[in-house]
Design a protein around this ligand. Structure first.
Ligand SMILES: [Zn+2]
Ligand SMILES: [Zn+2]
Length: 328
């Protein structure tokens, strides 16, 4: 087995399991290191083990792959990690409008995310790194975002489109955390609440109404902010007048995101029902922070299907041209 492929498959499986981002990163790092090593070092166990970026576990994987075996650890993970679930809706999804790179709090480059999306069969992927106020996630200044836009678009090919986007913070008063002209240059704007999630219902409703009425906004990200499982712990959903917010989304053509991450499962079922009734569009997204998260769309697809969301109302089942026309 090709050792680089083995290391990358292990990283992808670890990411899908969402156990430790550092462990997955170590395998990606080892793959990058190995690719750059000259043949004589690759073939010499002592020098290989001494190479920076190669540790005990990654060394063992490389040696087993070089011996023509499928590395033990990979066999173990293939057996343990739940395979992607198939569904009619999942088969209809053509891309993803919410993902992160190492420009903010994702773990890999723009190019690596693009490759992973192509490998999944996506026709498009939006890179939506965080906005300045989310300092903990290294949110992008206007300057860095301007620098990023052409680099994202440059990863497009004849059959695959990379959308330059942002996950912009909805500030306390409903304003967006990036300058309007710059937001206007982007292909996709996801707006999300990341702070003061426990604000009272009335001001929270006002805040969200202001955001979704902003003509720059395409998608309302993980609308309740809840966390239902996982290492980040639990977090209650924020309180707002869902009917009013979803009515405004429908009026302004803003898609309500169905966030596929198992720890989010946002919006909750009862809110999906309200959004359906309000006539909203939806965007089924991964919110990937690593390549192996892109496949988590299957969880969101399963939820949307159970909630009875018609595929044609999910913008990520649309083709690139229709999507672009809607986003503009
Ligand atoms: Zn977010
Ligand atoms: Zn995000």
């Amino acid at each position: 087995m090709d050792p680089v492929a083995a290391l990358l498959e292990i990283a992808t499986l670890l990411e899908r399991e969402r156990v430790s981002r550092y462990r997955a990163k170590a395998f990606r790092q080892a793959a990058a290191t190995l690719q750059d090593l000259p043949d004589e070092v690759r073939g010499d166990p002592t020098r290989l083990r001494a190479a920076k970026g190669i540790g005990d576990s990654t060394f063992a994987v490389i040696r087993q792959a070089q011996a023509g075996e499928i590395p033990e650890y990979l066999v173990e993970l293939r057996g343990e990690v739940e395979p992607e679930r198939t569904s009619l809706l999942r088969a209809k999804l053509r891309g993803d409008l919410h993902s992160h790179t190492d420009w903010s709090d994702g773990t890999t480059s723009i190019a690596t995310m693009a490759d992973a999306a192509r490998a999944l069969g996506h026709e498009y992927l939006a890179i939506t790194d965080h906005s300045p106020r989310l300092k903990i996630a290294r949110g992008l200044s206007a300057e860095r975002l301007r620098e990023q836009i052409p680099l994202v678009r440059a990863e497009s090919t004849a059959t695959f489109t990379m959308f330059a986007g942002i996950e912009v913070d909805i500030l306390d008063d409903g304003a967006l955390d990036q300058n309007a002209a710059l937001l206007g240059e982007l292909d996709i704007v996801v707006a999300s609440v990341h702070s003061k999630l426990r604000m009272e219902s009335r001001p929270m409703t006002k805040r969200m109404l202001a955001a979704v009425s902003n003509p720059r906004v395409n998608v309302l990200g993980h609308c309740t902010g809840r966390l239902v499982q996982g290492e980040r712990g639990m977090r209650a959903q924020s309180q707002f007048d869902a009917r009013a917010v979803f009515d405004a989304c429908a009026e302004h053509g803003v898609a309500v995101e169905i966030n596929s991450r198992p720890e989010r499962q946002d919006p909750p079922d009862d809110l999906i029902a309200i959004a359906l009734d309000a006539g909203c569009l939806f965007s089924l997204d991964s919110d990937a922070h690593a390549p192996g998260h892109l496949s988590l769309l299957d969880y969101g697809a399963e939820r949307a299907e159970q909630a009875g969301v018609p595929p044609e109302r999910i913008v990520t089942t649309w083709g690139v041209e229709r999507l672009r026309a809607w986003a503009e």
